[in-house]
Ligand binder design. Structure first.
Ligand code: DC
Length: 211
């Protein structure tokens, strides 16, 4: 069984994917981490994220890089979004994601193109979203709780820029797949969003849609 969870930055898709993984007892892959590793690696190589050749070179990295806490930085998220527009980068990462998706027993993947490109035959597909303001507020709270001094206006501008790039790129743009259920988490607590996600997935698995 494959469950695909797609959506924009800070929509809550990662939290929901992890909760679904616990609920259904499945392994979970945060595919954004792969693009973040490429983004961080470009930086380490002093390459240009907007140059396809530099971004492709950065696709070769040790698995240990996936545990680097720097991957979680906003700046690395933005680099990831920039390298992810290149077709060569997407091609370089596709097999790893498909291998994870098709492992025995099933898997959950979250990202931008899971239900559209990586696993279009997934058994259940969710598109998780939230308003730009709510997503920026989540980023604000995360940064403030870690002792940072975030600026709400620049967080909003970053999220809007990332949405625009991820949704308007030529290759595998972020969009809701045919057959996916929309889950708007703007007004939901984490618990409520997870319960709704489980109900939507259960309904898709049983062939009765409630979305
Ligand atoms: O989910 P995230 O914020 O960690 O993703 C970082 C960037 O990586 C995102 O802005 C676009 C890119 N990405 C992608 O193109 N395809 C995916 N499946 C996952 C992430």
């Amino acid at each position: 069984m494959i469950i695909a969870v797609d959506g924009p930055a800070a929509s809550g898709k990662g939290t929901i994917a992890k909760a679904l993984a616990r609920h259904y007892g499945l392994p979970c892959l945060d595919t954004g981490l792969l693009y973040r590793a490429v983004g961080l690696n470009v930086l380490k190589n002093s390459g240009d994220p907007d140059r396809e050749a530099d971004a492709l070179t950065a696709c070769v990295f040790e698995d240990a890089l996936l545990d680097d806490p720097a991957l979680r930085n906003e700046a690395v998220g933005s680099l990831a979004s920039r390298v992810s527009v290149h077709q060569a980068v997407r091609n370089a990462l596709v097999q790893r994601q498909r291998d994870f998706a098709t492992q025995l027993g099933g898997a959950i993947l979250d990202g931008r193109d899971i239900a559209t490109v990586i696993a279009p035959d997934a058994n259940a597909k969710l598109f998780v979203t939230a308003s730009v303001h709510v997503r920026a507020q989540r980023r604000f709270n995360d940064a403030a709780s870690q002792g940072g001094h975030p600026d709400m206006d620049s967080l909003i501008a970053d999220i809007q820029a990332r949405d625009t790039r991820d949704m308007s790129r030529d290759h595998a743009p972020l969009r809701m797949a045919d057959g996916a259920d929309l889950l708007d988490t703007s007004d939901l607590t984490i618990d409520a969003a997870v319960q709704k996600a489980i109900a939507l997935v259960d309904a898709q698995l049983e062939g009765r849609r409630i979305g």
